[in-house]
Design a protein around this ligand. Sequence first.
Ligand SMILES: [Mn+2]
Length: 299
Amino acid sequence: MYGADMEPVSFEEAGVAVLPVPYEASVSYGGGTAGGPQAILKASAQVELYDEWLGVEPWRAGVWTEPEMGLPRDGSAAVMDGIAARFGALMDAGRWVVMLGGEHSITAGGVRAAAERHPGLRVLQLDAHADLRESYQGDRNSHACAAARCLELAPVNAVGIRSYSPEEAARIRAGIPGYQVVHAWEMTGDRDQWIKRALHGLAGAPIYLTIDLDYFDPAILPATGTPEPGGGGWWPTLDLLRSLFGKADVVAADVVELAPRPMMHHADFLAARLVSRLIALKFQERLGGTPLTPGHAAD
Ligand SMILES: [Mn+2]
């Protein structure tokens, strides 16, 4: 993470562990998400080291990047076990873990590790897709089942959803225990209102934040396997995240489903900037700093 010209951080002095997981098995449309973690890391070398919005230098938290995780080849269940073990070991070492995907199914492994260590864990899911299928193409660990697997471990608040099957819609309509959703079309209304609803019940709780990048509008993030129109914008989403980090304890996060494409490097950069900003939000208090405000014009 960050540029090669940075002074290397040892694992011992790092506050953050970035865990690249290039898993791609159950992609349903455009492939390429196995290349997501490397594209994010490469783009992160171009991210400004000063976070202008929060007035902090997130790299000073100490950001350690793990080697790409090798993945078992004996089925998706073994992959999830492997991720849960690796993720959990990093948490036990006291690092704040950000996992880079890879397809969305890897989230279940991270949530399992976090739920075992943080009683009362809740999940905030930013996504275009409900991902509530019990099984997809015969695989319970498909990316299309990510939220269903998380719900077995913790309550889920979903935001930005705008794509689901009739069965998923029926389940949402009937009410799913532990599940709340703010649909993408609700996000065109009053920002404070939908942010409040999106974070309902999360105050004071340990949170696993999962960001499927197809949550964002494809105008700003086109490079995903299944881009859906009408997604989240950059600044409204950052307001949501700032509010989240301000009122809850985000214990771990992932950023998944980047499928890098030639000529679409703005998508890679958005993802890298987002990861850097998550670190800034998490370590903001410890790092200090003062953001620029409109009042800082020379007079
Ligand atoms: Mn999705």
